[in-house]
Write a protein that binds this ligand. Structure first.
Ligand code: F6R
Length: 259
């Protein structure tokens, strides 16, 4: 593993790693440290391509006895509307497959919004209340969309937004079609935690890897803070950490940037 460089950028701690693998391991270590300090932590979790390697490392750490999820509770960021939890493309299935079934967490301590609920508004209110009842999220893991979304808070989402029903942006549907047989199968709507929900987490860790994310990362860190770039609201959080690989950090005006 190469030397990681941490630098404060506009209120965010930015960790730049040599490779996506290093960045994923660093992120897994931040989560493992959180569980080490507080075994009954409440973790906010993300799906998508980015956290897969981080989850593999967490499984490794768990199986080697370095970390336990036995007393943890997890809340996922989002779920597609219209998919039941047992649908292979649901985020519940994703989490079961890529993390929960491979670590020692009791499944009833894992929460993912229910995309097949008959009362979406009530379900969203209940999800918020459940997070609060558990004492709030200790560490929230995030990815970032090419358009700067966090969870499914697409551009236009305001900082006061709570868990709610949202329409997915056209480019999000296009990006996510890689997980479906055809673009027409990608759900058009989702339930997502809001920006306010995310900003209530005590620590936020956003992982971004690959050159495709570099424009969004730059805008998040250096552009205007506002709904046009939902991830920029992390700059208003007291304890936000952004973990990047070299490709996602490319072109950033970091003091420590390799010449
Ligand atoms: C997933 C989520 C999304 C993803 C983002 C990046 O639960 O909330 O915001 O983090 O779309 O997706 P990937 O990692 O597939 O590039």
């Amino acid at each position: 593993m190469g030397v990681n460089v941490t630098e404060a950028v506009n209120g965010i701690s930015v960790i730049v790693c040599d490779s996506a693998d290093d960045a994923s391991k660093t992120t897994a270590e931040l989560i493992a440290n959180q569980l080490g300090q507080k075994p009954n932590s409440v973790l906010g979790l993300a799906t998508g391509g980015t956290p897969l390697k981080t989850y593999q490392y967490l499984i490794e750490f768990n199986q080697s006895g370095r970390v336990s999820f036995r007393d943890a509770t997890t809340f996922n960021l989002d779920e597609y509307i219209g998919l039941t939890g047992d649908h292979p493309q649901s985020y519940r299935s994703f989490m079961n497959e890529h993390l929960f079934s491979n670590v020692d967490i009791p499944i009833d301590q894992t929460y993912v919004p229910d995309g097949s609920t008959s009362n979406i508004d009530q379900h969203c209110r209940d999800y918020e209340a459940l997070i609060t009842d558990h004492g709030g999220i200790d560490l929230q893991l995030l990815g970032i969309g090419h358009n700067g979304h966090i969870a499914f808070n697409e551009p236009g989402s305001d900082s006061q937004s709570a868990t709610r029903l949202v329409d997915l942006a056209a480019n999000t549907i296009e990006q996510n079609s890689r997980f479906f047989d055809s673009p027409s199968e990608v759900p058009r709507q989702a339930i997502t935690m809001g920006i306010a929900t995310i900003l209530k987490a005590k620590t936020i860790v956003l992982l971004a890897t690959g050159s495709g994310k570099s424009d969004a990362v730059r805008a998040m860190l250096y552009g205007d803070i506002g709904p046009q770039m939902p991830a920029s609201f992390l700059r208003e959080h007291p304890n936000a950490i952004v973990v990047l690989d070299a490709a996602a950090a490319e072109g950033l005006p970091l003091n420590s940037a390799a010449s």
